[in-house]
Design a protein around this ligand. Structure first.
Ligand SMILES: *Cc1c(COP(=O)(O)O)cnc(C)c1O
Length: 317
């Protein structure tokens, strides 16, 4: 049985057409709006996190490495998805957390604990050394054999999951929108579109303050450099609301209105900013009349559980 079957992953995810009656704003200028419901892939391993991890799990049976090790903040959607997938497939998992939450576990960390994750608390200084293999080896001494998955799950192995995502989308799509955090999703999408010779233009909505930084991050994750220069992509930096997990009343109101009118739950960290950005672009007549536009709902509702109530702003990718 493949890992996808074992985890009961539901692919392809639904592609939902939304009209002016379902959105809290009226699409103008004859624009067709579609939502790719990756939030429905799995109740826990939702959205882009499964797309990014798919290849790791599909290949796991074939290699002999015995542990998975990854990194993130105390609210990380990536660690949550990975922790659950490892728990279900019985792969030992070690989560390196930025900060010490031992005495104030977030709901995400509580879940990891319940799933038997080996949790290590790192200081910010230690965390900054996470890409140093030698440092890791001497500090994780009881693990002789492990596979490191980068923060946010954003590494070159996102490729096959993203190829599958693009192959599930209509060929005549004019624009594809996604939120941008650690950049792996956007990078994977650009590369997959380029490889599948699709003309779809890509728009990333930055969820954190990162003009230029995010562009270079995405570039560094794309192995086929032609894709970068030849495929039409851009990151829009106007809708991060001041930074990662930052929000104001306008964004919260927008999320609430969208959730109730479209009957699609969104949160203010990722999907709220994405759909807010989409609304603004439509208001500005950004898209040519007759365009077919698709936004990817990347999931992420778990991370917002305590975030909204505590007004936490910790890094969550
Ligand atoms: C992690 C995450 C993102 C960001 O994806 P990156 O590949 O890190 O840019 C977007 N949406 C949700 C819901 C996420 O959990």
């Amino acid at each position: 049985m493949s890992a996808s079957e074992q985890l009961n992953i539901q692919l392809p995810s639904p592609l939902q057409s939304v009209g002016s009656d379902t959105l809290p704003w009226s699409p103008t200028g004859d624009i067709e709006v579609l939502i790719k419901r990756d939030d429905l892939i799995h109740p826990i391993i939702s959205g882009n996190k499964w797309r990014k991890l798919q290849q790791v799990f599909d290949q796991w049976q074939k290699n002999s490495q015995s542990k998975i090790l990854s990194f993130g903040g105390g609210y990380s959607n990536h660690l949550h998805a990975l922790g659950y997938a490892c728990y279900q497939t019985k792969i030992p998992f070690c989560a390196m957390i930025r900060g010490d939450y031992q005495h104030r576990l977030t709901p995400m960390l509580q879940d990891l604990k319940n799933w038997g994750t080996d949790i290590r608390w790192l200081t910010k200084i230690q965390y900054a050394r996470k890409n140093d293999e030698n440092w890791l080896k001497s500090n994780v001494t009881d693990y002789s054999d492990f596979q490191v998955i980068p923060e946010g799950g954003s590494g070159v192995m996102v490729h096959s999951g993203m190829m599958q995502l693009i192959s599930e989308l209509p060929q005549d799509l004019d624009y594809l929108l996604c939120p941008v955090g650690s950049g792996g999703t956007l990078a994977g999408i650009i590369q997959a579109l380029y490889q599948l010779q699709r003309k779809t233009k890509v728009i990333g909505i930055a969820v954190l303050k990162g003009q230029d930084y995010l562009e270079s991050l995405v570039s560094s994750l794309i192995t086929q450099k032609h894709a970068l220069t030849q495929h039409h992509w851009q990151i829009i930096h106007q809708y991060h609301f001041g930074g990662y997990a930052k929000h104001n009343a306008e964004l919260l109101d927008f999320c609430a209105a969208f959730t109730s009118q479209a009957s699609i739950a969104i949160e203010p960290v990722y999907s709220g900013k994405l759909f807010f950005g989409l609304q603004q672009l439509m208001k500005q007549n950004y898209f040519e009349p007759g365009s077919k536009v698709c936004a990817i709902h990347t999931g992420g509702l778990q991370g917002a559980r305590s975030l909204i109530s505590n007004q936490k702003t910790d890094k969550n990718v």
